[in-house]
Design a protein around this ligand. Structure first.
Ligand code: 8YV
Length: 318
């Protein structure tokens, strides 16, 4: 039987499924693997099921000569924490879990759009603090999202799922920025630059994959182009956005509010963000629902099973 390491506690169904195929080592530490542990994992296991935070950078693979490990079956669609090219160089396949995460992540984008536009976090804090003076007609007026324009940066699976929710659920106009056109079943217009998108949208949502190609693609020029009444949402990866520029723009009142599920240095969330009432902060909840985490885990297990059966794993990325 192949030896497989699960790097974090995972839902029972996932662990059970893994145990039907492999000799499983379940690490019950919720913290990410450290450099030495990752090197050890490459030497000791035939396959590893890593998660967000396990930083398999080029350094990890550098002196791994013909490692025992031949596959990293990532738990999650985003694998920017794994240097997939360096893994390939060391003879290691990398897989991910697209599809399983799409709806849940789009749902969190909608949560943040509504929380930011309708000032839900601010209102909840006011109630809990016992500071609600009672209803009045001009209290806490936010942005009405129905019929507004959403601008989506990145029209992959998640971007498209956000577009559908915005169009069908909220009657919103959809514009997007993407390398290639993505025809939808409803009018959705591609715009030529991030700044053009920011200028036209009432709500800007970031949904591109992380990694070197998208590092800091959203910065001050985008924030400066946004409408003063606009809202900004990031459910992608923290470092797609220049966080310092975001903070500066918010402090200058360049737009009305922001909703964030991801940060540049998770779990560190800058105090400046926490200090602003018009910023909604979630702890990377994109896929945090039991069924979704089960589906992601079962997909990763299937990638491992297929790989060890000599098949091309369904979600090979390198
Ligand atoms: C996951 C995510 O929770 O799938 C992704 O890329 O960002 C998540 O929501 C995380 O990656 C789990 O490893």
């Amino acid at each position: 039987m192949k030896r497989v390491l699960l790097t974090r506690p995972l839902p029972d169904r996932v662990v059970e499924a893994a145990r039907t195929h492999f000799e499983v080592e379940l690490r019950d530490d919720p913290a990410p693997l450290k450099l030495g542990q990752m090197r050890g994992a490459l030497a000791l296991y035939d396959g590893v099921l890593p998660t967000l935070g396990d930083m398999f950078s080029a350094e990890v693979f550098a002196d791994a000569e013909n490692p025992r490990c031949k596959i990293l079956a990532n738990f999650g669609v985003g694998y920017n924490h794994i240097d997939a090219a360096a893994a390939r160089g060391a003879g290691i396949s990398v897989t991910n879990t697209p599809g399983a995460v799409t709806d849940a992540t789009a749902d969190i984008a909608m949560t943040l759009i509504l929380m930011s536009a309708r000032r839900a976090g601010e209102g909840e804090r006011m109630v809990r603090a016992g500071k609600w003076p009672g209803w009045n007609p001009t209290q806490m007026l936010g942005l009405h999202v129905s019929g507004k324009t959403v601008g989506i940066i990145g029209m992959g699976r998640i971007g498209q799922a956000i577009a559908q929710r915005c169009h069908y659920g909220f009657g919103m106009d959809v514009i997007y920025y993407n390398r290639s056109p993505k025809p939808m079943e409803f009018p959705a217009r591609q715009v030529e630059s991030l700044e053009a998108l920011a200028a036209q949208a009432d709500i800007v949502v970031v949904a591109v994959p992380g990694g070197a190609e998208t590092h800091h693609i959203v910065g001050s020029s985008v924030f400066e182009a946004m409408k003063p009444s606009g809202h900004f949402v990031n459910i992608a990866r923290g470092d797609v956005v220049n966080e310092a520029a975001l903070i500066a723009a918010l402090q200058a009142g360049a737009f009305a509010g922001a909703g964030l599920d991801v940060y540049e240095k998770e779990p560190i969330v800058p105090e400046a963000l926490k200090a602003m009432e018009n910023v909604t902060l979630l702890p990377h909840l994109g896929t945090a629902a039991l069924e979704v985490r089960e589906a992601m885990g079962l997909m990763a297990v299937e990638n491992l099973r297929a790989f060890f059966a000599g098949e091309i794993p369904p979600n090979l990325v390198n």
